[in-house]
Design a protein around this ligand. Structure first.
Ligand SMILES: Nc1ncnc2c1ncn2[C@@H]1O[C@H](COP(=O)(O)OP(=O)(O)OP(=O)(O)O)[C@@H](O)[C@H]1O
Ligand SMILES: [Mg+2]
Length: 409
């Protein structure tokens, strides 16, 4: 059974209100709903207790707006303004009374004819209002994960292979059986429609991103915690769904919130991108400290990489993009077509992943990372080198941030 992570108390003499809230809350895993069969203004001390022990109070305004407003003020005074309160009122409630409630501090007054969707959205917004504080305190005391996006210039370039094995290497497992992970890594397959990260790691499809796209809610910390599966020590994966969700159904604010929560929980967040463009790519690019563009060195592949990089740059000025040439060993001397391509990209070819079909196939066939299937292969070593670079960058950043943390408090 799901552990309760947030609770709502419904203060109303009308059982239909409790039933409506309960039916809405059942779609948010971990939400408990309690009932208090009374009017808010009648319960005084009990209301203060309820405010302390629940995340949200929803009450039915009983036509005595002044008394309800006084009760709301008292609750907020008692909780130092922390209580979250929603009201349901007669749709014909006079405007002046409505103002009394909102002026007292009711987050939102909804008509009692509200639809389940509207109520659900109001509850989410109201509970979300508590998050920035939690998120901020987490960011101060906890992780500030490094976000790395992996993109591809053309189909089959090797982006998923890199994303999976980079995430695996970033855990930097040690110990006799490599069971102790130094870093906690999240691997997210944002290739909503054609993602294959789950296949590479023998994981079932995950409905979470589909739910996000189809239901439209902004994910909270609990959603972020419960959506990922640990597949190896330190490696947590959010695979793409089996259902095909329209790419544009995801909203930028949903993606922004999900990444923000993951950054608080993980040292690294590796994101596999789709090749198609969508509005919600902007928050991914803005959060990313590094983008790895996986491409071949052929003219069509490089031209496509250039177009994508231009788009990314328009959406995030600060993004550092590095080129990863896949299926080619780094030559001792750059060939002329490499030089031409690097000129077109206005970037050097920073990383090279050798063509290593037997290692790639062994890992894919077993549904495990290269480290488990072909740890000594040239491909595994190349990915390890790349991961070392990123770990050094992250550690340098963490070291630079340390004195500031000391000063801040
Ligand atoms: N360096 C490599 N050497 C040999 N084979 C590779 C290499 N990288 C990937 N492959 C193989 O190429 C195929 C495509 O790789 P992958 O799925 O990682 O590419 P992609 O860019 O994610 O493609 P898609 O367009 O399907 O998203 C897979 O079968 C993979 O095992
Ligand atoms: Mg892929």
């Amino acid at each position: 059974m799901q552990a309760e992570t947030q609770s709502i108390v419904v203060v109303s003499k009308d059982p239909a209100v409790s039933a409506l809230v309960a039916s809405v809350a059942q779609f948010s895993p971990g939400t408990g709903v309690r009932n208090c069969d009374a009017a808010l203004s009648e319960i005084n001390g009990t209301a203060l207790q309820l405010a302390e022990t629940n995340d949200l109070i929803i009450f039915r305004a009983e036509g005595e707006a002044a008394r309800d407003a006084a009760a709301v003020r008292e609750i907020l005074r008692h909780t130092g303004g922390a209580a979250r309160i929603l009201a349901l009122a007669d749709a014909a409630m006079p405007f002046a009374e409505l103002r009394q409630l909102t002026d007292a501090g009711v987050h939102e007054v909804l008509p009692d004819t509200v639809s389940a969707d509207e109520l659900s959205a109001a509850i989410r917004t109201c509970l979300k209002g508590q998050e920035p504080q939690q998120a901020l305190s987490g960011a101060r005391g906890g992780r500030e994960g490094m976000v790395i996006a992996v993109s591809q210039s053309c189909g089959g370039a090797g982006a998923t292979t890199l994303a999976v094995n980079l995430a695996d290497c970033l855990t930097r497992r040690r110990g006799l059986r490599r069971k102790e992970a130094e870093f906690k890594v999240a691997l997210v397959d944002f290739d909503l429609q054609f993602g294959t990260i789950g296949n590479f790691l023998d994981l079932p499809a995950n409905r979470c991103l589909y739910e996000l796209a189809s239901e439209g809610f902004v994910p909270d910390q609990v959603f972020a915690e419960q959506s990922l599966t640990e597949t190896a020590p330190g490696l947590w994966v959010l695979a793409s769904p089996a259902e095909i969700a329209p790419l544009h159904a995801l909203k930028p604010e949903q993606v922004e919130a999900l990444i923000a929560h993951l950054r608080l929980q993980y040292d690294f967040v590796v994101i596999g991108l789709p090749r198609a463009l969508a509005e919600w790519l902007t928050p991914v690019l803005e959060a990313s400290e590094r983008l790895l563009m996986v491409t071949g060195s052929s003219v069509p592949a490089v031209c496509q990489a250039r177009r994508l990089l231009d788009f990314y740059a328009e959406n995030s000025m600060r993004l550092q993009a590095d080129i990863v040439i896949s299926r080619e060993r780094k030559p001792l001397l750059a060939a002329s077509h490499h030089k031409e391509a690097a000129k077109l990209l206005q970037k050097p070819f920073k990383y090279w992943l050798p063509d290593d079909p037997s290692a790639a196939a062994a890992a894919a066939d077993q549904g495990v990372p290269l480290s488990a299937a072909a740890g000594r292969s040239a491909l595994a070593k190349a990915v390890r080198r790349l991961s070392k670079d990123l770990i050094e960058t992250r550690n340098a950043r963490a070291a630079a941030a340390q004195p500031q943390h000391g000063k801040a408090v």
